[in-house]
Write a protein that binds this ligand. Structure first.
Ligand SMILES: *Cc1c(COP(=O)(O)O)cnc(C)c1O
Length: 393
């Protein structure tokens, strides 16, 4: 099976990879960067007034690609509308992929990124999957570094605050033909954001969803492509009408656990063998390979205090474990929030109650959930020196 999977992926990626390796066309080059600064800098928004993804900084990055020429010079220019023909493929066939990452300001005022190479690598896997062009991730990171220096005042200060970066690529060929786009645009916008939980954690209730499916093996669930998200909006709306903030996406006949909303899922429990185990579903093609997920696995393994596994779990197993009081903590994980504690899961009409902190009835997150969150923040804000935190020079 692993061999088949690898071969299958290899075949799918072969064609777009060739596009990039072609020596006839230009790669993305940071030293060609053109900078145009805004003449109308906007007023900053106070930290307390920031709403996730609503405010944007003064500038944006853009770069254009054409199949016969390759990448044009990247630009940092004033944040503005983009003008596209209504026939551009992105509007019809969801020729779009994106990333989510953050720039942090540490106590010395230095700008830091968290494992940005992982976002670049993942974006290239996403673009390959939808037949958009590859680019040199190190070069885009250099451009992002220049952009961050120009928009430095937009990186809010304080633990929990950051400039959320949204690298995006779209197919821009003007054609209704269903075919790989021969033109593309890469852009990056920045949005100052505050802590996901400004007044401390607030645990969420989930609706275990099996009437809709987010992703499936050999589908595109492991790619951060726009086409994966619109179909999740209706189930999310239906769940919220019933009082559940997110969907717990299930898959298959035995209701396998996959992801929570747009986050990876972690379960801390006493497993069937009675071992304390932190478990998350394996990267089988239907799970988005989160940077936060990977970081949590690696931190928890370094602690060496409990078993850490990537394994399948299903809803009946989780329900039994809840009934037998073997579940310790459940949380979602992703860049926007780091962790989101889960307090309830509705499954086939039954509300399963997940413990938060047994030692503190008012707590909104369990001790391991909190520790993961605090350790990640210490690294992101440079309070612990760690190779994952990269200073922008
Ligand atoms: C972005 C995303 C995640 C989290 O990935 P991070 O790299 O940790 O931010 C998880 N699941 C889905 C579906 C996502 O889109």
């Amino acid at each position: 099976m692993p061999f088949l999977r690898a071969r299958f992926l290899g075949q799918r990626l072969a064609q777009p990879a060739k596009r990039w390796n072609s020596t006839a066309t230009a790669g993305l080059k940071a030293d060609l960067l053109r900078v145009t600064k805004t003449e109308n800098p906007k007023a900053l928004v106070a930290n307390k007034d920031l709403i996730f993804g609503r405010t944007f900084s003064d500038h944006m990055i853009t770069a254009e690609w054409a199949e016969n020429k390759g990448w044009d010079a990247p630009e940092v220019r004033p944040y503005d509308k983009i003008c596209l023909d209504p026939s551009a493929v992105v509007f019809h066939y969801a020729s779009e992929c994106f990333e989510g990452m953050k720039a942090y300001k540490d106590k010395q005022g230095k700008i830091r990124l968290f494992r940005p190479d992982m976002n670049m690598a993942r974006m290239n896997r996403s673009t390959a999957r939808i037949a958009l062009p590859q680019f040199d991730g190190d070069e885009l990171l250099k451009v992002i570094g220049e952009y961050l220096k120009i928009d430095k005042r937009w990186i809010p200060e304080g633990r929990g605050y950051s400039l959320y970066l949204r690298p995006t690529m779209i197919g821009t060929q003007e054609s209704l033909g269903v075919a790989a786009s021969n033109r593309a645009m890469l852009f990056v916008i920045g949005s100052p954001v505050g802590p996901y939980y400004p007044t401390g954690f607030s645990a969420v209730s989930l609706k275990a969803t099996n009437e809709y499916v987010r992703a499936w093996p050999r589908g595109t669930g492991d790619s951060k492509i726009g086409g994966n998200y619109a179909p999740g909006l209706l189930p999310q709306l239906l769940a919220s009408k019933q009082g559940y903030q997110q969907n717990l996406w299930l898959f298959g006949e035995n209701d396998q656990l996959t992801e929570v909303g747009a986050m990876n899922l972690f379960v801390l429990w006493k497993n069937e063998q009675g071992e304390t185990e932190l478990a998350t579903p394996p990267l089988d093609g239907s799970i988005l390979p989160g940077v936060t997920r990977d970081s949590i696995l690696s931190l928890a393994r370094s602690w060496g205090e409990f078993k850490v596994t990537e394994r399948y779990m299903n809803m009946p197993q989780l329900r039994d474990a809840v009934r037998e009081k073997r579940v310790l903590e459940v949380f979602g994980a992703g860049t926007a929030c780091i962790v989101t504690p889960v307090k309830t899961i509705e499954y086939n009409g039954e509300d399963l109650h997940i413990p938060l902190d047994p030692s503190d009835p008012t707590a909104q997150a369990g001790p391991i959930t909190k520790r993961v969150n605090d350790t990640m923040m210490d690294i992101q804000y440079g309070e612990i020196e760690h190779p994952w935190s990269v200073v922008v020079n």
